[in-house]
Design a protein around this ligand. Structure first.
Ligand SMILES: [Fe+2]
Length: 135
């Protein structure tokens, strides 16, 4: 069963960004499935690494659009990205060192962060970017 399901309420009305968000949703579900199946820490680390690097690609896509169109609310948004990267990177480091385990709490943190960030900061740029022809 999927931990998080994509739905139209998560759309930011920009196809390329929606598909990146959908891929992140898939990656969270993949991680959750692997956790439930009790897969090895090596396997889980691999999925975590993939998720973290794809998150960087995705944040870069958004931040390049903010710079290109001079999105005025970009600072707060970029600060949220940085905070998330910091938290995820430190979790991955602790996990690899065997000091932390992948738990439902961690999965809930990822799920909550993604859906709240999309519904908040991301949706806030929809109308602005749409008005610049980004659809
Ligand atoms: Fe974002």
């Amino acid at each position: 069963m999927s931990l998080i399901l994509w739905n139209n309420g998560l759309s930011v009305n920009i196809r390329s960004i929606d598909s990146q968000h959908q891929r992140l949703v898939e990656m969270i579900n993949k991680l959750h499935d692997a956790m439930k199946k009790g897969e090895s820490n090596t396997a889980l680390s691999g999925i975590l690494n993939d998720m973290a690097s794809y998150t960087l690609v995705h944040f870069k896509t958004e931040e390049e659009l903010f710079a290109k169109f001079n999105y005025l609310q970009k600072d707060k948004h970029i600060a949220e990205h940085k905070e998330f990267i910091k938290n995820v990177s430190s979790f991955i480091e602790e996990f690899k060192a065997g000091r932390k385990t992948l738990s439902l709490d961690v999965m809930n943190f990822l799920t909550q962060w993604l859906s709240q960030h999309i519904k908040g900061e991301d949706k806030a740029y929809s109308t602005f970017l749409n008005s610049k022809g980004v659809v």
